[in-house]
Design a protein around this ligand. Structure first.
Ligand SMILES: NC(=O)c1ccc[n+]([C@@H]2O[C@H](COP(=O)([O-])OP(=O)(O)OC[C@H]3O[C@@H](n4cnc5c(N)ncnc54)[C@H](O)[C@@H]3O)[C@@H](O)[C@H]2O)c1
Ligand SMILES: N[C@H](CO)Cc1c[nH]c[nH+]1
Ligand SMILES: [Zn+2]
Length: 443
């Protein structure tokens, strides 16, 4: 147990991560693997995609695009209750996305007589949606990514998901179809992301990539950014819980492990004002972990990335949590809503014991595609607005106003030595107003 003091926040560490600071090598490996595969897809198109699908997913097909018949067959294999649940959850996600769309009003103002300035939100036309599925079927990501794009008005959503341990991911395909995917490809990882962004003989390129994924998927999106748009950096899941002395240590332990099960690189952190809550949470985790069906992921995640810190005050807890800038921040305190004012860096907040990250992940309606690895310092999660371009337009229907801006623009442009720009103003000032076209004094 160490007492650590930085410039402002004092905390005692009850559990430190074991390997966290030795992960740099693997990040470098991921970067190199991704760069080489993307270059190969650029050079060889479908042949390279097929080779990587064989290599990483042991899946070979003449075409990775599912036919309507294959989609219908997959849906028919899904239990009726699962289909009902997918529809119910998609209705919740749609409600939230439609409310977001409603908050984005196009507008036009008249700043001077006949001077019209406007702003519009225009959907991106072609989006590539990635629905993860290497370890588990993440069908909820279909609602979050595809459905939200469709509510935004995206015309074409091409969507990829991998086979799960060699099996057709029936429920994921059902969710993708019900969310409105226009094309469904059975492709995963770098080859899916590369094929959608770069385009191949069989996949028309998209303008933007969206959706979460493992370190390879997130890195491929990062490397392609610029060539296409991306929603955000949404890599391996992270959870941080802020707890006071009233928090239930059993629920705290269960909720930390709920996200650690995502994979051996998923960090879970507890920051609490109570040493008792810290120690009891640790004890519950020690008892729960060996029994977890997903312990193969949760155990290394907790061992290598798990942390518990005790702070003096809740303000210290919020400040320390802000430094982590984690994807999910859960508040288990007597006054959870105060975090809305006191915290600044997070992908999504989960206020109070009544809700939890799993509700956000699976059913409640807020989007679960959220920023990781500190990206919450500069972006929120996926929402309707990410699929829209906010563009502006202008028109002047009054000649006097056009002449006025002609003179103003002429002076403003010449103050910066832009003679060509100035003349666009001059010709209008001359045509619609009193000015004459005499540029001799400019030489
Ligand atoms: N941040 C978010 O919003 C968010 C949301 C949901 C899920 N997630 C994360 O998504 C991830 C899902 O991961 P997953 O692995 O189950 O599915 P995935 O679909 O993201 O990745 C599986 C693919 O990775 C590729 N791959 C695996 N090992 C590889 C290797 N050694 N080299 C190259 N490619 C390789 C394979 O092609 C495979 O199809 C988890 O880390 C989870 O935490 C994040
Ligand atoms: N926790 C993930 C990132 O928000 C989303 C998810 C979906 N299913 C399970 N978890
Ligand atoms: Zn999750």
């Amino acid at each position: 147990m160490d007492m650590i003091e930085d410039t402002s926040i004092r905390y005692t560490t009850i559990k430190a991560p074991e390997k966290r600071h030795t992960q740099k090598g693997s990040a470098q490996d991921v970067r190199e693997t991704v760069a080489a595969a993307l270059e190969d897809i650029r050079q060889r198109g479908d042949a390279a995609v097929r080779e990587y699908s064989n290599k990483f997913d042991k899946y070979d097909a003449d075409s990775y695009l599912l036919t309507q018949e294959q989609v219908d067959e997959a849906i028919a294999r899904v239990p009726e209750q699962t289909i009902e649940d997918i529809k119910y959850v998609q209705a919740q996600v749609r409600r939230m996305a439609e409310a977001q769309l409603d908050s984005l009003k196009d507008f036009e103002i008249e700043t001077l007589p006949g001077v019209h300035l406007g702003q519009k939100n225009v959907p991106i036309t072609d989006v590539g949606a990635y629905i993860p599925g290497g370890k588990y079927p993440l069908l909820a990501s279909a609602h979050m990514t595809i459905l939200t794009a469709k509510v935004a008005g995206v015309q074409r959503v091409a969507a990829c998901t991998p086979l799960i341990r060699g099996e057709m991911p029936d429920a994921t395909i059902a969710a993708m179809h019900l969310a409105g995917a226009d094309e469904i490809y059975l492709l995963g990882g770098i080859q899916a992301i590369g094929a959608m962004a770069i385009g191949t003989e069989s996949i028309r390129p998209v303008n933007m990539l969206a959706g979460p994924g493992n370190a390879f998927v997130a890195e491929a999106k990062r490397q392609l950014y610029g060539e296409v748009g991306i929603d955000l950096f949404a890599g391996p899941t992270e959870v941080l819980i802020v707890a006071d002395e009233e928090a239930d240590p059993f629920i705290t332990a269960v909720d930390l492990l709920s996200q650690a099960e995502h994979g051996p690189d998923s960090p879970a952190v507890l920051i609490t004002t109570s040493r008792e809550v810290a120690e009891q949470t640790q004890a519950h985790i020690d008892a729960l972990l060996p029994e977890m069906p997903t312990k193969d992921f949760a155990e290394p995640a907790w061992r290598d990335w798990g942390e518990i810190h005790v702070v003096d005050t809740l303000d210290d807890a919020y400040a320390l949590a802000d430094e982590y800038a984690f994807e999910h921040v859960q508040i288990l305190t007597a006054e959870p809503r105060e975090a809305l004012e006191k915290m600044h860096n997070y992908g999504a907040l989960f206020l109070g014991e009544g809700t939890c990250v799993s509700y956000g992940d699976k059913s409640i309606g807020t989007n679960h595609v959220l920023p990781t690895r500190g990206a919450a310092r500069y972006t929120g999660g996926l929402w309707v607005g990410k699929f829209l371009r906010t563009v502006t337009y202008q028109e002047i229907t009054n000649t006097e106003s056009s002449a006025f801006f002609g003179e103003l623009t002429g002076r403003a442009a010449r103050a910066e030595s832009f003679e060509g720009h100035a003349r666009s103003g001059d010709v209008r000032a001359a045509k619609y107003g009193q000015a004459t076209l005499d540029w001799s004094d400019q030489y």
